[in-house]
Structure formats: C-alpha cells, structure tokens
Design a protein. Sequence first.
Length: 149
Amino acid sequence: MTQPTARLAAILVAVDHSPESLYALDLAAAIGSPQQATLTVVHVRPHATALGLAPAGAVEYAQAEDEIDALVAADAAAHLAEYPGTWSVAIRSGHVGHELLAAAGEAGADLIVLGHRSHGTVHDAILGSVASSTVHHATLSVLVAVPPR
C-alpha cells in the first residue's frame, strides 16, 4: 500500500510584525520553497470597537494599524526576496481568527502558519489566543510556530 504524498500548493501565513510572526513567515517560506507553494501573507486589523476604544483612541489605533500594514508589507518583501514561488500580502479587518480562516478559504490554502507568543496559561485561558481559536475552528492543517527561546 502506498502512502499519499502531501502537496502544499498554497500556504497562508499570519503576520503582525512581531518577532513570532516573522519566525512563522520564515518557516512558511522554508516549507513552501521546495514546491514553490503560493504564499499569502495576511495581516488582520482587529476592529477598534472590539478593543473598547473611545473615538479618539480609535483614530490613533487606525493610524498605528496603517503603520503596521506598511511594516508587514516591508517584512514580506524582505523575508521573501529569494522565495521561488509567488506571494502576496492581504490586509483584512475583523476578528483575527475568523478572518484568517476566511482568507485561507479564499486562497485555497492547504496550510495556515502562525506564530504564538504566550502570555501565560491563565492569560491565554481567559482571553483566548489567535492560535487556539484558529486551531479549534480550522478545517485544514494549522502549524503554530513557536520560535526557539
């Protein structure tokens, strides 16, 4: 009996300019390179209202997110300069976990790669985490990349 061969044609990677997400980006590129998988780099902007920000704070938040969007695009260009396959950057807004899953479906992704920065067991249990939400609701493989310490 022969084993099926896994083929990763499309990989979605979540990036927010954090060191953990850049580690995930590098890992996704390493995984996708041999097959020249299409990489979709996604940054999700949580809605300011979901964070409980007042209108003045929401304006500052939007400006900060604009800066992060630009940094994510620059990160992708720098980290994927030698990538042999095609890649793109997508900016979305909403609940991070839901938006990552929606983007993965739209991209036809075979794998989602995201970094994880634990804030501690209690904090993660109370507030949840993007990694946990994505893993529990995904209908495709999810790799949670934890950088070496």
